[in-house]
Structure formats: C-alpha cells, structure tokens
Design a binder for this molecule. Structure first.
Ligand SMILES: Cc1cc2nc3c(=O)[nH]c(=O)nc-3n(C[C@H](O)[C@H](O)[C@H](O)COP(=O)(O)O)c2cc1C
Length: 356
C-alpha cells in the first residue's frame, strides 16, 4: 500500500530509510536488520577509513542479500584561524584536566588527505557494487556522478533548502533527502548558510516537492507511522529516520547516548557547533551549555572535531554523558528501545491504519 516509484527504485517494501549515522552507530547488525525488514539500511561511512568501509560493506553482505547503502561526507574547504584554535584549546583545557586527558596532539586533517580518503571511499562503492550511495555536507563532482551512475549506483543528495534540492536534481542525482531543522546530528547545508537552512520539515517537503521532479525523502523528527503518513501526504516518497533507529537494540550507540534520548523531553535538544565546528542537534549537556557563549569563534569542521576528540572519548569511557555529543532529533519522547523489526512493523502498521 505504501509502495511508490522510490521504493521500486531502491527495491524496498517500505518507504523507510535508516539514516546513516557516522561514528559507530550504524553497525552491520543494524544496517542488515533494516534491509532484512523491508526498509533501506545505510552505513554511515563519514568517519570510516577506506579499509574499514570495505570491511563493513563485506560484513553487511554476509548478513543480508537485500539492498543497502553507504553515506559519505563530501569534504569542503575550511579556514584555519590560528587565534580561534588557541582560544578553543584554552577553553577545552578545563575539560581535559577534569577528564584527565592530554591535549590533542594529532595533526589536523588537511584538505588534500580528506579528498584522498573520500575519493578512495567512492572507488570502494564502485568496486564493491554498492547499490545506493548518499552524500551530505556537499555534492559529488560531475566526474564521480558519471562514474557512479555508469555502475548503476543510485545517488541521493542531502538538502536543507529548495535551492540545494534544485542543485542536487540538476546534477542528475536520483533522489534528495530534505533535512528539516528538527533533525538530529549535523546539518547538511552546503549552499545555504546554516541559519537559512533551518526550515521545519513540514514547510520544506511540499516546497521542495513542487520544485523538483526527483523523489523527496523527508528527514527530521519522524519516529513512527504518524510522521510517515504526514511526510507522504506533504509530497515525500519516503522518510529517513535517525533517532528512532539510534535507540534500537541493534544500534551501536553508547548506552548513555541511548539512555539520554530515552529520558529526554521535547525541549531538551539544542543546536551546537562546539563539538565539531559544524552545527548539529543533540541533547544539551554541561558541554553544550558552557560552550554556548563561545560559539561564534569555534574553529571550523573538522578542526574542532579533532580538538574535542579525546574529550568525547574520555567522557564516554568514563560513563559521563556531560561531555559526549548526544545527537538527537526533536522528537526524543517518541523513541523506544526495541528491535529494528518491531520499529519498522509498528511504523508501517500505524501508517497503513492511518491511510485507510
Ligand atoms: C547520531 C546521528 C548521526 C548522524 N550522522 C549522519 C551521517 O553520518 N550522515 C548523514 O547524512 N546524516 C547523518 N545524520 C542525520 C540524519 O541523516 C537525519 O537527517 C536525521 O537523523 C533526521 O532526524 P531524526 O534524528 O529526528 O530522525 C545523523 C543523525 C544522528 C541522530
């Protein structure tokens, strides 16, 4: 009943895509369980090395014969402003002392290395014959689009505004995820400034659907059948759900992260750039609150991400959620700790009842 041209293209039974969530959340067990239950599992490969990506693709192939996808971060230029880095380091020293970690001595990633890793990731998608590839933080080059399309890979872009969605369609990509301001995790804006891209998903879906002919996938705050029907009614062909899958049994999210979402209220999320240098939505904690007044001068992604890495790691290993990035969308009270199968069945049943 819920099938359409996008579910046919992706060869899935249900118009549900599990959001790619980089950073260990999208385990092979999660991705395969989603695909085995008639939706589309996605590997969040943003922080995976080429070797790790190939290994995970092969692991997922052992667990499912169904289609699944990979999501990549498109590298973009970033400014290195020395006094912002010094300022950030002096602010972060307080947390390093508290958590007993050394200052991050690792060299910052440079654009050349980031591009090299990304190009290798694209090559792996081709070599491993992955059927679906989505992108965030930007769009692939024309050359990569041509290469991937020649291999039959279905390409999905991420947009936060109508302008970005139109750009994705013009490049010849096959579908567009529209990321509403409710969404958990990093903002995917790449043309519009992040403030301009803070459009609620209910406003964004029909405006994009009116302007592009490629299928629209709605993301942001969608947790169950009610959200799915609403998105389809507004012109989307599928939903991409992150937070709802994050608290599932098969997800690799840290137990404290799952717990923080399961206990959070609607008003507990905030936008912050203090963890990574890129704006993202998560559950507020001591770190987001204390860093709030310094947000204007935070070094760009990925510099701040590197600077806070040891703090986030130590916080997680010390079972202290106050300095971890607890990404979450705006509907945490609808999250449950259940299996992927239970989440997908509950969502589809509820949507089908609502469609009658
Ligand atoms: C923990 C977490 C990590 C995320 N990582 C990625 C990512 O690697 N790539 C991506 O395209 N989107 C990522 N997102 C954003 C999702 O694709 C999607 O926009 C968002 O989850 C939708 O909002 P919801 O969490 O309320 O469902 C992430 C979201 C979360 C919650």
């Amino acid at each position: 009943m819920l099938k359409n041209e996008l579910t046919n293209l992706l060869k899935i039974d249900n118009p549900i895509i599990q959001a790619p969530m980089a950073g260990g959340i999208t385990t092979s067990a999660l991705v395969a369980a989603v695909s085995n239950n008639g939706a589309l599992g996605m590997i969040g490969a943003g922080y995976l090395s080429p070797v790790q990506l190939r290994d995970q693709i092969r692991e997922v192939k052992q667990l499912t014969t169904k289609n699944f996808g990979v999501n990549l971060f498109v590298p973009s230029n970033f400014e290195v402003i020395e006094n912002h880095i010094e300022e950030a380091n002096s602010l972060l020293d307080k947390y390093r002392t508290q958590l007993k970690v050394e200052q991050e001595l690792e060299a910052f990633p440079c654009m050349k290395e980031m591009l090299q890793v990304y190009n290798e990731q694209v090559q792996i998608i081709v070599e491993e014959k992955v059927r679906v590839c989505s992108f965030t933080f930007g769009v692939p080059s024309m050359e990569q689009i041509t290469l991937l399309k020649q291999q039959g890979v279905i390409l999905i872009g991420t947009a936060t505004t109508v302008t970005e969605a139109i750009a994705i369609e013009k490049l010849g990509m096959d579908a567009v995820v529209v990321q509403g301001s409710e969404a958990g995790g990093h903002r995917g804006n790449f043309i519009s400034r992040h403030e301009e891209g803070m459009i609620g998903v209910m406003s964004l879906i029909p405006q994009v659907a009116d302007q592009v002919t490629i299928p629209v996938i709605a993301a942001g705050g969608i947790m169950d059948g009610r959200g799915l029907i609403a998105a389809l009614s507004l012109g989307a062909k599928a939903v991409q759900m992150g937070t709802a899958f994050l608290t599932c049994v098969e997800s690799g999210a840290h137990p404290l992260h799952k717990e923080a979402i399961l206990q959070a209220k609607d008003e507990d999320t905030t936008l912050t750039n203090a963890f990574s240098g890129k704006w993202a939505r998560g559950i507020s904690n001591t770190f987001t609150k204390e860093m709030h007044e310094y947000e204007a001068n935070i070094p760009n992604f990925p510099i701040q991400n590197t600077l806070t890495q040891s703090i986030r790691k130590a916080s997680a290993s010390q079972n202290n959620k106050e300095y971890m990035s607890l990404w979450s969308g705006q509907s945490p009270t609808l999250a449950k700790n259940e299996t992927v199968e239970a989440l997908i069945q509950r969502t589809i049943k509820q949507a089908e009842r609502g469609m009658i």
